[in-house]
Design a protein around this ligand. Structure first.
Ligand code: GAR
Length: 205
């Protein structure tokens, strides 16, 4: 059966991308294939991770595309050239427009480092999420994989996993625990689930 073609969008270190590449190597992600990795940041280490696995890595530089429309036009062109059916946001820090998300309805998924609807939405990204969790003093946090729509972090939830906050945690320590215990497991699993669903729809079964 033909695999679902996946694009992974990144902006930084790319540990979630690494989890996806590893899952692909181990056969956990088997219904989909990562055909291209796109970064809006030319310095993203995620680009190296893709290239070292032989996956095409493309930079759509934020500086060269300051207007969201320009960026999204180039992105759509690239995605349609590569035949991409599923877009995975893995630490991608740019908010996509409603036009873009509508064009890929239920075909964009994102990993967010909290239990949505807590600590999410505009301004909550990366370490800031864990800083907010620690300042509030909640004892449980986690990660969520959800579909992406026009509301930042507002699309339908696919998978969630809780992770304990421990006394003495720093944002960095908590981020690492959330990644290890939740994000790196949930994202490949969700990616396989949706790839499989799209594959079945495409093959009419
Ligand atoms: C991850 O924790 C991801 O959940 C988060 O940024 C980090 C990226 O790390 N994403 C967001 O906050 C999006 N709102 P990575 O580049 O090592 O995968």
């Amino acid at each position: 059966m033909v695999k679902t073609k996946i694009a992974v969008l990144v902006s930084g270190g790319g540990t979630n991308l690494q989890a996806l590449l590893d899952a692909q190597g181990q056969g956990i992600l088997k219904s989909g294939e990562i055909v291209v990795v796109v970064s809006d940041n030319p310095g993203a280490f995620a680009l190296e991770r893709a290239r070292s696995r032989g996956v095409e890595a493309v930079v759509l530089d934020k500086a060269a595309h300051p207007a969201r429309e320009d960026f999204e036009r180039s992105l759509r062109e690239l995605l349609s050239q590569r035949g991409v059916e599923l877009i995975v946001l893995a630490g991608f820090m740019r908010i996509l427009s409603g036009d873009f998300t509508a064009a890929y309805d239920k075909r964009i998924i994102n990993v967010h480092p909290s239990l949505i609807p807590a600590f999410c939405g505009e301004g909550f990204y990366g370490l800031r999420v864990h800083q907010a969790v620690l300042s509030y003093g909640v004892k449980l946090t986690g990660a969520t994989v959800h579909f992406v729509n026009e509301v930042p972090d507002g699309g339908e939830i696919i998978l969630q996993k809780a992770v304990p906050v421990r006394r003495g945690d720093t944002p960095e320590i908590l981020q690492r625990r959330v990644m290890e215990q939740a994000e790196w497991k949930l994202l490949p699993r969700a990616c396989e689930l949706i790839s499989q669903k799209l594959q079945k729809e495409r093959d009419g079964r």
